[in-house]
Design a binder for this molecule. Structure first.
Ligand SMILES: NC(=O)c1ccc[n+]([C@@H]2O[C@H](COP(=O)([O-])OP(=O)(O)OC[C@H]3O[C@@H](n4cnc5c(N)ncnc54)[C@H](O)[C@@H]3O)[C@@H](O)[C@H]2O)c1
Ligand SMILES: O=CCCC(=O)O
Length: 493
């Protein structure tokens, strides 16, 4: 273990939560080879985990299929109790889990800890939903027929998740899956497997039966493992959160066996400030929406549109707030801004900054890597004079870059906001009730924040439209994606 690593390795009150094996059928085991996981702030190695193969994945799928035979018959109350216990263990160990999330993802500890609590809330939500999720009695058109529906678990779910929320992207899916009575094979991102493994370890402690939750970690065999999950006839559903290009690839693969699918894909959120907005509130919202996770959340504001009458006031206050951010290691006290995940992300932020400046942008704050902090730190950056020729107005940066464009009319700004292929989240600030309704209806996105930059909570139906995907996670719709409706017609004649 490297010295650099030892400095940042968090002290855990439960060191056994840092698992270095994968979980198949209740057994913690290795694979033929393993891969290294690194701390994005330093690139020091945290440890190694198994590099699962297609054969390992087939085994995990088979045991999940076997476990489904009995798990599907657990009563809703029994599944509810399991989720409640799991949530409670997550709360008990939230400090340790937060440290693991922060270490492997890079986000500040406070954000990582918040993510763990969000996981517990997800399990609590689905624990409450399970016993209340029932079919319907339907009035038939025929007096001699009775119709009713039953909702049944879809079966084995393949779960593929990204690194930006190493814990909560899994919780949203596995919470709903277990509430419905499904079993799962989880493939976490290779950058952040430890959070997934720790959560699965606590699931076993909560009493989740062997084979219900399986975790396969992989790096060099990602394509094979993904292909197996998406094409195996034993898997009934694929749920994926990640980029739009990989989503399209997996959707194609899943079509071969007509699986039920839900896809939470990339965004490119517009953030609009109208002339009647409360500017201080808008700055607060912009900070929360743009810089959470160092700009690496799928619902991060990516394109700022500010009315010409309030542009200068907003820019001055936004620049001051950005200058107050404190970049550093996520586990260091006082850090409010971690690194980006890797060199590929650094390259993308750098490219978007250069491109914006080459297309007439004016640098206000930041603009450069913070190499003295580590290889993956980029200064929180603000650029004005934004325009539609810039790359950042066409694709998400997924990094700490905010570019502001001026606008002068509602029609113009809505047209620009809708000019991209994706539609996940959108935000706007106004005090005008009529405008608020009309703009909310006009924006082509799945989720809208009005006078707020923070929208995520478990009660909110989370998901996108257009090329941001489909399906809704959390909320009262969250179980629909993990169940099938069976209709029963009974003849009385
Ligand atoms: N809509 C949402 O809820 C949401 C949430 C988080 C992230 N995202 C999006 O995810 C992207 C960033 O995450 P990322 O870089 O990890 O995305 P990614 O698509 O590269 O990876 C996501 C997951 O897919 C896996 N993967 C990659 N290639 C694969 C393949 N060929 N077959 C099977 N699996 C494969 C990765 O290992 C990871 O587990 C951004 O575009 C972001 O907007 C969306
Ligand atoms: O990155 C996507 C999820 C964002 C969130 O949970 O707020």
């Amino acid at each position: 273990m490297s010295k650099r690593l030892a400095q940042k390795m968090p002290q855990l009150s439960r060191p056994d939560l840092l698992r270095d094996k994968m979980l198949i059928n209740g057994v913690w085991r290795g694979a033929a080879s393993s891969f290294e996981v690194t701390d994005p702030a330093t690139t020091a190695v945290i440890g190694t985990v198994p590099d699962a193969t297609r054969a390992d994945t087939q085994e995990a799928i088979e045991v999940a299929k076997e476990a489904f035979k009995s798990f599907r018959h657990k009563t809703a109350r029994e599944r509810s109790d399991l989720l409640r216990k799991w949530a409670s263990l997550l709360r008990d160990h939230s400090q340790d889990l937060g440290r693991i999330v922060s270490l492997e993802n890079g986000k500040p500890f406070a954000e990582a800890h918040g993510e763990v609590l969000a996981c517990a809330q997800n399990f609590e939500w689905f624990s409450e939903s399970a016993p209340h999720y029932t079919g319907d009695t339907i009035a038939s058109q025929n007096p001699n027929v009775r119709l009713h529906t039953i909702k049944q678990p879809v079966g084995v779910c393949g779960i593929i998740t990204p690194w930006n929320f190493p814990a909560s992207m899994i919780a949203r899916k596995v919470g709903a899956a277990l509430a419905a009575g499904c079993t799962t094979v989880i493939k976490p991102a290779s950058e952040t497997p430890y959070s997934a493994l720790a959560m699965a370890y606590l699931a076993a402690e909560a009493g989740v039966p062997d084979g219900v939750i399986n975790v396969v970690t992989t790096h060099s065999n990602t394509k094979d493992v993904g292909h197996e999950l998406c094409t195996s006839p034993l898997v009934s559903k694929i749920t994926f959160t990640g980029s739009t290009p990989i989503g399209k690839l997996l959707m194609n693969q899943a079509a071969s066996t007509v699986k039920k699918v839900s896809f939470e894909l990339g965004g490119n959120a517009p953030f609009i400030i109208f002339e009647d907005a409360d500017i201080d509130k808008a700055v607060q919202g912009a900070m929360a929406s743009k810089f959470r996770g160092s700009g690496q959340t799928c619902i991060c504001a990516n394109r700022f549109f500010v009315h010409e009458k309030v542009h200068d006031e907003f820019v001055t206050k936004f620049a001051a707030a950005i200058s107050n951010l404190k970049p550093g290691h996520g586990l260091d006290e006082g850090t409010t801004q971690g690194p980006v995940i890797n060199s590929k992300s650094m390259a993308k932020v750098t490219e978007h900054v250069k491109d914006a400046l080459a297309n007439g942008g004016k640098l206000v704050v930041g603009g450069e890597p913070l190499s003295e902090l580590g290889p993956n730190f980029f200064a929180p950056t603000l650029i004005t004079n934004g325009n539609q020729n810039m790359k950042v107005f066409k694709e998400e940066t997924f990094g700490p870059l905010a570019v502001v464009a001026k606008f002068s009319s509602d029609a113009e700004v809505v047209e620009h906001a809708n000019s991209v292929e994706v539609g996940l989240a959108g935000y706007f600030f106004t005090k005008d009730l009529v405008r608020a309704n009309l703009v909310a209806e006009a924006l082509e996105v799945g989720m809208i924040g009005i006078n707020t930059g923070l929208i995520t909570e478990v009660a909110l139906p989370f998901g996108g439209i257009k090329e941001s995907g489909f399906g809704r996670e959390g909320s009262r719709y969250g179980l629909d994606d993990y169940t099938v409706i069976k209709t029963v017609a009974t003849s009385l004649a």
